[in-house]
Write a protein that binds this ligand. Structure first.
Ligand SMILES: [Cu+2]
Length: 161
């Protein structure tokens, strides 16, 4: 009996939630404002972009700053993109004058700290693009964090030359 009551209460909550979301969407549409993504306020990403590669490039590099504005550590566990077959987080290791890439499986970002993905350093390795990407295009990227929902980003493709 009590299970039934809580089940119907849950349904009621879901319907109200959906109704509210729909109204917000209508409101934003009316005012011509794009709907902001409802995202984790602890995660702030700046300077995010993808480096344009050669027309036949098998992989592109993405760069960004990930700031932790929260009070708990962020644990970055990976990334994914509908625009690429595979996405990896890579560190660039220089040893004996040679640079090589190493996979980052887990990256802790302490409160008030940031992680830098920048040219010649760590980067988001975007492998197997599903279409040819050139300057001015945009790609979607999801950052995955432990115990948090994925953080959605839209990155512009930029040329460095
Ligand atoms: Cu790489």
């Amino acid at each position: 009996m009590s299970e039934n009551i809580s089940a119907s209460a849950r349904v009621g909550k879901q319907i109200r939630g959906k109704f509210l979301t729909t109204n917000i969407v209508v409101l934003f549409t009316l005012f011509g404002v794009s709907l902001p993504a409802i995202s984790d306020p602890d995660v702030v990403v700046k300077e995010a972009w993808v480096e344009e590669g050669a027309p036949d490039a098998m992989a592109l590099a993405g760069y960004m700053e990930i700031h932790n504005q929260g009070k708990k550590s962020l644990i970055l566990t990976g990334a994914s993109s509908p625009d690429f077959g595979e996405v990896m987080l890579h560190a660039t290791i220089v040893a004996n004058g040679r640079a090589r890439m190493e996979s980052i499986e887990r990256l802790e970002i302490k409160p008030r700290d940031r992680a830098l993905f920048k040219p010649r350093g760590s980067h988001v390795m975007l492998i197997d693009p599903k279409r040819q990407l050139k300057k001015g295009d945009r790609i979607t990227l999801f950052l995955n964090f432990k115990d948090r929902k994925a953080h959605k980003l839209v990155l512009p493709v930029k040329s460095t030359y």
